[in-house]
Design a protein around this ligand. Structure first.
Ligand code: UD1
Length: 328
């Protein structure tokens, strides 16, 4: 079976591609390399450099014949999306409509999509299950929710089956060290901590320590990218086998605070993480933790690598391989 992984040279996409390859699928990566990189490409996968906004080229690629599209090509900085919504509309929404239309035109009937816990907004109860109301607090989350709505219509009208995977906070790197590409200008907590530990960023700004949490800092459900990757393959196999769509949370069901992450990172790296508390970041919630009961039930999926130590150790190995010339 041939799988087209759009955004497959990116941080999550490369892990997902690796997992499909390991499970014996034939993988073609389609990526414009805007945030992905050559370093994340594998010899046993094909690569097509292209942009989802270039409809004729996207269509000609899809016409090569694929059993499934995996779509991870999106901008994902929630803060930036509140300042530059146009960028998110064009790439995330228009780009996905192009993908869906090209699928219709080329006869591809299955898509696995990177959605986000950002669709839920401020939690009304915890842990968050899939029945939780969806009221995104940022434009990034809105784009993901809109796309999920398009999927429902394309399923009903065109028979396209989808798996919409609502990731909580993706983190970590392949534990076997096979993926080495670093994210450019990361905004997420763990890569920022890793950059401070590596000496390429001066300081971690902790966005608020006055939340109602154990230590006052934000608590999130960090999920290892390898766990996410396994869920992509299982959900593809699910929609293929059952011929029905699905929307599912992917989280570790464990909350980790910013300070806990910093403390563990200091222990694991043996380096001081220079940090200062600043004001809260707009759009942040105090605590976001998933219920992954549905993923367990329907996919037999469970997080295996998402404990705080494995998350940090696997990321640190990659940062060290890039920046070990820096002293603490
Ligand atoms: C957000 C989205 C999530 C998405 C992710 C992708 C929401 C609610 N969540 O996660 O769905 O997949 O972006 O980018 O929109 N922090 C700091 N200093 C930093 C960076 C982060 O203190 O420099 C804190 C944040 O305040 C938060 C935690 O660390 O408490 C995690 O932040 P981050 O990694 O940016 O992810 P989210 O905003 O939770």
């Amino acid at each position: 079976m041939k799988i087209l992984v759009i955004g497959g040279a990116g941080y999550i996409g490369s892990h997902v591609s690796r997992e499909f390859l390991d499970k014996g699928y034939s993988v073609t990566v389609f990526d414009n390399l805007s945030s992905g990189c050559n370093e994340n490409l594998f010899d046993d996968a094909s690569f097509i450099e292209g942009d989802i906004l270039d409809y004729p080229f996207l269509l000609s690629t899809m016409k090569k014949g694929f059993g499934c599209v995996v779509h991870l090509a999106a901008f994902k900085a929630a803060g930036e999306s509140m300042v530059k919504p146009e960028k998110y509309s064009t790439n995330n929404i228009t780009g996905t409509i192009n993908i869906l239309n090209a699928m219709v035109e080329s006869g591809i009937k299955r898509i696995v999509f990177s959605s986000s816990a950002a669709v839920y907004g401020d939690p009304q109860y915890l842990p968050i299950d899939e029945k939780h109301p969806v009221e995104p607090l940022n434009y990034y989350g809105f784009t993901k929710l809109e796309i999920e709505r398009f999927f429902k219509w394309y399923d009903q009208l065109k028979g396209i089956k989808y798996a919409s995977l609502r990731y909580f906070n993706a983190a970590g790197y392949d534990v076997d060290g096979r993926i080495k590409g670093l994210e450019k200008n990361p905004a997420n907590l763990l890569p920022v901590i890793m950059e401070v530990a590596s000496g390429i960023r001066e300081i971690l700004e902790i966005f608020g320590d006055d939340y109602e949490t154990e230590d006052g800092t934000g608590v999130r459900d960090y999920i290892h990218v390898s766990d996410l990757s396994v869920a992509h393959v299982s959900s593809f196999e699910y929609i293929e086998k059952n011929g029905s769509s699905l929307t599912v949370n992917l989280g570790s069901e464990t909350g980790i605070s910013v300070k806990t992450m910093v403390k563990n990172a200091e222990e694991i790296t043996g380096r001081h993480i220079n940090a200062k508390v600043v004001g809260r970041r707009p759009g942040d919630s105090a605590r976001l933790v998933a219920s992954s009961e549905y993923a367990r039930e329907i996919l037999g999926w469970k997080a295996r690598y998402s404990d705080v130590k494995t998350l940090i150790k696997s990321a640190w190995k990659v940062y060290l391989s890039h920046f070990n010339k820096f002293s603490p």
